[in-house]
Write a protein that binds this ligand. Structure first.
Ligand SMILES: C[S@@+](CC[C@H](N)C(=O)[O-])C[C@H]1O[C@@H](n2cnc3c(N)ncnc32)[C@H](O)[C@@H]1O
Length: 263
């Protein structure tokens, strides 16, 4: 088993469903209010293209994109400049660059990879200035076969051995949990919603292409190339046996959108 480096990410695979993946980003961005001259961080910024949209919308002086994947950061370099810069770092250790002066902490489709939200959220809240905003979007589709079958296959031999017993689960709590957590942490305004994005994919096999660019990177990261190919073959077979063979294929995808403003 290889150690998780964060470089199971393949920017090209992730970009395959660009429009579908970007819609929740823009829905989240719509919740954020401008912070003229402020300081913004984009946690798990990926290729950085959307960091530019965040920077433009907030009217910030400085926007810092943070990611732990070297492959993603290589792509982001082209978007640096005019108040935008990118740094390598782990959200699990993020401390606001040693301060508490951030006006917006933004995380689109990234913190579901970070465990223990009961300790992560207080840490993120502590990096905000008074009136600062936290905006988070996370997939919440763990109960769809696309995710459930991956957990199942990961527990079967020989994959369980190749993964050293690891089974990937996103670190997501309920919508109610986040609403209470935001209130307890001092967010005086909040918006918490669960939204279903209904994707029309050409066929059920395209669900595999979808999760290869996101969920399965959590497995790819921890296996040799040969072990991952074997895992993928079993995943494909089992998933296609439970999904209806419809064309177009309807893939409902639930996401949690959270926004809060500190008092
Ligand atoms: C699904 S992509 C989203 C990228 C971007 N936010 C977007 O909306 O296009 C998730 C990103 O989070 C990053 N990521 C995941 N866990 C991380 C962690 N613990 N620290 C830093 N980045 C992380 C990955 O490297 C990846 O670039």
């Amino acid at each position: 088993m290889t150690s998780p480096s964060g470089d199971g990410w393949q920017p090209d695979q992730y970009a395959r469903f660009k429009a579908e993946r970007e819609q929740p980003f823009y829905d989240l961005l719509n919740l954020v209010e401008p912070v003229l001259g402020g300081r913004v961080v984009d946690l798990g910024c990926g290729t950085g293209a959307l960091t530019v949209a965040l920077h433009t919308k907030t009217l910030a002086d400085e926007t810092i994109g943070l990611d732990r994947s070297e492959a993603m950061l290589q792509q982001s370099a082209q978007h640096a400049g005019s108040g935008i810069r990118f740094v390598r770092g782990d959200i699990a250790e993020f401390d606001g660059f040693g301060g508490s002066g951030l006006d917006v902490v933004f995380a689109n489709a990234s913190i579901q990879w970070v465990p223990d939200h009961a300790s992560l959220f207080p840490r993120l809240a502590a990096t905000l200035s008074p009136g600062g905003q936290l905006a988070v979007q996370m997939p919440a589709n763990e109960d769809h076969p696309s995710h459930a079958v991956a957990r199942q296959v990961a527990q079967e031999s020989p994959h369980a051995e190749a993964l050293g017993g690891f089974v990937y689960r996103h670190s997501i709590e309920s919508a109610e949990w986040y609403a209470e957590q935001l209130a307890r942490l001092g967010f005086v305004d909040q918006h918490v919603r669960l939204q279903v994005y209904l994707h029309r994919l050409p066929g059920p096999e395209d669900v595999i292409e979808w999760v290869k660019g996101s969920l399965l990177t959590g497995y790819r990261d921890r296996m040799s190339a040969a072990d991952y190919e074997a895992f993928l073959a079993d995943y494909r077979e089992q998933l296609l046996s439970v999904l209806p063979d419809e064309r177009p294929f309807l893939y409902p995808f639930k996401r949690l959108l959270l926004w809060g403003r500190m008092g």
